[in-house]
Design a protein around this ligand. Sequence first.
Ligand code: SF4
Length: 480
Amino acid sequence: MCGIIGILGTNNASAELYTGLFAIQHRGQNGAGMYTSEGKDSVLKKDKGLIGEVFDESILEELEGSNGIGHVRYPTIGSNVEQDAQPFKIENPIEMGMAHNGNIVNYREMVEKYDLDLKSTCDLELILHVFAKELEKESEIDENALFVAAERTMDNLNGSYSVVTLIPGLGLFTFRDPRGIRPMVFGKKVNLDGTSFGVASENTVLDILGYKVLREVLPGEAILIKEDKSYQARQLKNEKTNHCMFEWVYFARPDSTIERINVYEARFRLGRELAKEWQKKNKKLDVVIPVPDTARTIALALAEELDLPYREGLLRNRYVGRTFIMPDQTSRETAVKTKLNPIIEEVKGKKIGLVDDSIVRGTTSKKLIKLMKNCNAEEVHFLVGCPPIVSPCYYGIDIPTQEELIAANRSIREIKKEIGADSLTYQNIDGLVKGIAKKKDQLCLACLDKEYPTKVREDIRDYFENMRRKERETVEGKKN
Ligand code: SF4
C-alpha cells in the first residue's frame, strides 16, 4: 500500500506536496518522492525513509514548479531498496513522471509481453513502461492518445492501481483500475492565487491543503487536467467494483471518506457488530481496552453497545511506526516492545476485553496478552474487528505468506490457544459488510474468503509467496 498525491496549478507544488504527504505518511513509511514541473522543466527527488528524512528545505527549493506528484512507499512485492522509491520518470515518447498505489498481479507476463528491461522490482516502473509503449503506438501524442493508451494499459494490467502522471507542459493525467480496489479522489481549489487541482489517495490530503473534493476518480476512469486548468474525464472501463475492505478496517485515516463511507463511522459500526458476536458468548467483562490506535473506534462502539467502561489501558509511543507495515519480523517484534506499554492500574485484577482491528501473524496479539497477564489481569478476552485473515493479498497490502498467517491453517480455538487469550471473538463477514455499509459484492474480501476479484493463477500465487519469503530472508539476513 502506498499514498499518492498530484497537484496542478498552485504557486509552489513541492510545499503542498510536502504538507500533503505528511497527511498520508501512514500509507507508507519506507520511501518518499516528488516530481515537479514548470513548463517543460522538471525535477525528481526520491529516497528511502520517512518524508521528514527524505526532504529538507534545500531539496524542497530545488523542487521548483507549480505542478507536481508525490508518493510515500510501502513495500509489498518489490525489495526494500532505494531504486524502488517512486515517482519514476521516462523520457520517451514524451517526458512524464508517474506514481501509483496498488500492485500488479501479472507483472512477469507483462514484462515478457512488452519485452521490458526494468531497472527496479517496483511494479510502477512496469505500469509506466506499458503506458509509454501504448502511447508510442499512436501517430500523434495528443490528449486523445493519452486516453487510448490508458485504456490499452487497463486492458493489459491485472491488479490494483491508482495512478497519477505528470506530463510537463501538458498536465496531470490520472487513472484508476476498473475494480477501484485502491482509493483516489480529486478536487479543486479556487483562491486569490487562481485555480488549482489536486488528486490524492485520501480526501483528507485535499481537505488539509484547502481543496474542495469534487468526487472520487471512478474505477476504470481516466482524468486529464491540463495546464490551462480545463479538464476532461473519460470512463474507459465499466466493470464490477471491488473496493478493498481493509481501507476501512485498518489502513485509511479515520477522518477520511472512501467511496462515500466515512472511515470513523464504519469503524464505529464494526464495533457495534462485534458486540453482537461477543454477546453470543455469554461471558462477563469489567472493562474494554483498545489496542491503539486503529482499534480505538471499534472498542469505543463495542463498550457503548455492551454498556461497559472504555479505558485506555495501553499507552502508545507515537514515535514508533506501525508494526504491521514494518518490513521484517525482527523490527516488528522490537517495535511491539517499545510501542505499547500497559497502564497497570487499568489492568490489574480485571476481566479485560482487549480489542484490535485485525490479527495478521498474531505476534502483536500474543505479546499484548502476555503484557496484560504480567500486570495481573484476571482474564484477557481478545476481540477482533475483522474476520480471520486466511489468504494473502495480491493487490497491495502486505498480508504475508500462508505459513505466516495465523488464521490460515488454524481453527479459532487453536488461535486462541496460540495467542494465550481466555477467549477469542472475531467479527464475521456479514458484520464486516454491515459495518462498512457497502454491498458485499462491491467489496474485495479475498484475504477472508479467497474469492479474488481478478484471476490470480496458481503459479503467480507461488511466485508472490516465494518473493515474499525471499525478501523476508534477505532483510532478516541483513539484520543478523
Ligand atoms: S485481498 Fe484483502 S487486503 Fe487485499 S485488496 Fe482484497 S480485501 Fe484488501
